[in-house]
Design a protein around this ligand. Structure first.
Ligand code: SF4
Length: 643
């Protein structure tokens, strides 16, 4: 369903002339509906307050589905006569008196963009708005902010559009009712055709997920009819079934060979036996396929169409440089990065392929003690820093998707403040610093100075040991930097099958290895990270083959040390990951839980790590070079992840 929202009758008349609709409701708002029921027109009355109240009343009476689309359509003022007749999607909506802004999420669309200011009275003098912040035209209306504040309470900002056609130059002369209708009319066909396409696209994405959910629910209901499952066991059953279906088990494969109910009075015991058998079948190393039930479409990365810039860093050299590099992007000034980054109901799926960028200053904590799920490599003062949040790569298992509410990449440009604080820390004790955990800094070295700046700082501070972890293959970067042993270039390596399936946009294994070889040859410390090792079908064989491939390029003496660890994630992050990647098998694996950390069974962890260790030993890597992460407690201490 698409709902168009206009303020006044002359705007609505343009819609009604193009798309015949019947009156449906006249109460606190006027509502029309097309015969098929797929298009509605809501008339709110003019002014921000009327708009907010009418939209709120409408949403209360007609509860929308998550995939319904809304478009606030209407006329607006522009800063000069040259814009009259042009139509724009609004990338930001600002309330004139408070300066508060809301940000619709815009992904691939064919329309020009603008920033809109909603005022309580018609704007007839734009001289106060002459400071050119950003590169989008400025528009003025009286409703959009009210519509947005009502819609964003329950709808995703990516399902709400604000399309404004310039009708006057904010000079006190206003168009007639006929002119308003005439101005909007030519915009309706392209706008509605775009909205219809979007609606189909959103529905397809939801349908794939709903298909799995329905399949799981029907299977689960069939099974629990014959057994007596507790609520916890039922949840575990759902997790196992979701995982099994997402890795490609057919219903028949899944259920054949499992114990049938015997009609004994010990129904709970039978249910437990069934659950254990199902788990063994689902996690059997004999699974034959790595392919998910639903093939993953090749994804195109289209980054940074929107660049949000905190007003305080609008004139920073990094901002200027990026604005030039991405001259076709919309530059949108913001007060604080959290206004965009922490929005509710963000479209994480769309952000995977079209991440926006935020340029900001970090005024808070810059250095943190290393987390228990990360390895310290025996270093006493293990710290990490986050000068970029989020990554251009898109690994399906990445903890960042569980940690952040957004896939938008935040770049803190005030590196000088980081180094000042680091100077102070280094006067107290040596520091082992990981600066590339919450992003892959090296992957961004072509457009950002961050990776190089940290390396150059380490060159002149020998009591700093710097780890730069990466999946990139940035050979020119490695070749251009002066090398030093206190700079550890740490390459995360995975079997090519896993890279292709789960590590989207990352360079191939071979390209990473060639870059690692160069890093070692130039005199950097070289760390290899087989972390996370994933429990996929045939994992021991895949990882053994990976090690063999590594030593076709590298010599044991090239390598300073090696990190090994199985996949693990905090329970809360996993919950969020399931929302971000609902179709990925890794999100639904039947993990166990120890101290809030989800992980594989201890026996499986040991089996996987042993396979990698044995392979490394065969290539003459000694135990002193190996650092492990394993679950902190024995299997007895672990419980199930049930949601
Ligand atoms: S490269 Fe690292 S930080 Fe980037 S998405 Fe993959 S796991 Fe996350």
């Amino acid at each position: 369903m698409i709902t168009l929202i206009t303020a006044i009758k002359p705007e609505a008349n343009a819609v009604l002339a193009a798309f015949p609709m019947k009156k449906k409701d006249f109460s606190s708002f006027s509502l029309y509906e097309s015969e098929s029921g797929s298009l509605r027109l809501l008339i709110t009355g003019s002014g921000k307050l009327s708009a907010a109240m009418a939209v709120t009343a409408y949403l209360t009476r007609y509860t929308p589905s998550a995939d319904d689309l809304f478009c606030n359509l209407g006329i607006c003022g522009g800063v000069s006569g040259e814009f009259i007749g042009n139509g724009y999607f609004c990338a930001s909506l600002t309330e004139a008196t408070t300066g508060k802004s809301l940000y619709p999420e815009l992904y691939t669309h064919p329309f020009p963009e603008a920033r809109l200011i909603t005022s309580d009275v018609p704007v007839t003098d734009v001289s106060g708005y002459s400071e050119p912040l950003g590169n989008l035209p400025l528009l003025f209306d009286m409703e959009a902010y009210g519509v947005a504040s009502a819609l964003f309470h329950s709808m995703m900002p990516s399902r709400c559009f604000f399309y404004k056609v310039v009708s006057d130059a904010c000079n006190g002369s206003f168009p007639s009712a006929e002119d308003v209708t005439g101005l909007l009319r030519p915009h309706l066909t392209p706008l509605l055709s775009f909205l219809s396409e979007k609606e189909i696209q959103f529905r397809k994405e939801t349908d794939r997920f709903v298909e799995i959910q329905n399949h799981v629910t029907s299977l689960k209901n069939t099974i629990i009819r014959d057994y007596s499952f507790s609520t916890t066991m039922e949840r575990r059953l759902k997790t196992l079934l979701t995982y099994a279906i997402s890795v490609g088990f057919s219903e028949q494969e899944l259920l054949s060979g499992l114990p049938a109910p015997t009609g004994s009075p010990h129904k709970k015991r039978e249910a437990l036996a069934f659950l254990q058998s199902l788990e063994r079948a689902v996690l059997s190393p004999q699974q034959e396929t790595l392919l998910p039930a639903f093939p993953v479409a090749k994804k195109m990365l289209r980054p940074f169409r929107h660049i949000y810039v905190e007003e305080s860093v609008l004139h920073h050299p990094v901002t200027k440089d990026l604005a030039e590099r991405f001259s076709h992007s919309s530059l949108i000034p913001i007060r604080h990065y959290k206004d965009v980054f922490n929005r509710s109901r963000q479209d994480l799926h769309a952000q995977e392929t079209e991440p926006a960028l935020i340029l900001a200053a970090n005024r808070g904590t810059k250095f943190y003690p290393g987390a228990p799920v990360c390895q310290s490599f025996g270093e006493e003062h293990f710290m990490y820093t986050s000068c970029i949040m989020n990554c251009l790569y898109d690994c399906d298992y990445c903890y960042l998707q569980g940690m952040y509410p957004s896939r938008t990449v935040v770049i803190f440009v005030n590196l000088d403040d980081y180094f000042k604080e680091l100077n102070t820390l280094l006067t107290k004790h040596p520091v082992y610093l990981c600066c590339s955990y919450d992003s892959d800094l090296t992957a961004l070295c072509g457009i950002l100075p961050h990776a190089e700046a940290f390396c150059r700082y380490a060159l002149s501070h020998p009591n700093l040991r710097l780890e730069l972890r990466t999946k990139s293959a940035a050979l020119p970067f490695i070749k251009a930097l002066p090398a030093a042993k206190n700079i550890v270039i740490a390459f995360t390596l995975s079997p090519q099958e896993i890279i292709t399936r789960y590590e989207h946009y990352t360079p191939s294994l071979h390209a990473r290895l060639l870059t690692a070889k160069e890093a070692a040859a130039r005199g950097f410390s070289l760390r290899l990270c087989f972390d996370p090792v994933l429990d996929v079908p045939d994992a021991p064989e895949l990882y053994t083959a990976l090690i063999d491939e590594v030593f076709q390029v590298l010599q044991p003496e090239d390598i300073t040390d090696i990190s090994l660890g199985v996949f693990r994630l905090s329970k809360d992050y996993l919950k969020q990951l399931k929302k971000a990647k609902p179709l990925c098998a890794l999100s639904h694996y039947p993990y166990e839980l120890t101290d809030g950390v989800c992980h594989y069974r201890s026996a499986r962890c040991n089996e996987l790590l042993q396979a990698v260790t044995d392979a490394l030993h065969r290539h003459h890597i000694s135990d002193e070079k190996l650092f492990f992460w394993t679950p902190g407690e024995s299997e007895e201490g672990a419980s199930y992840v049930t949601e």
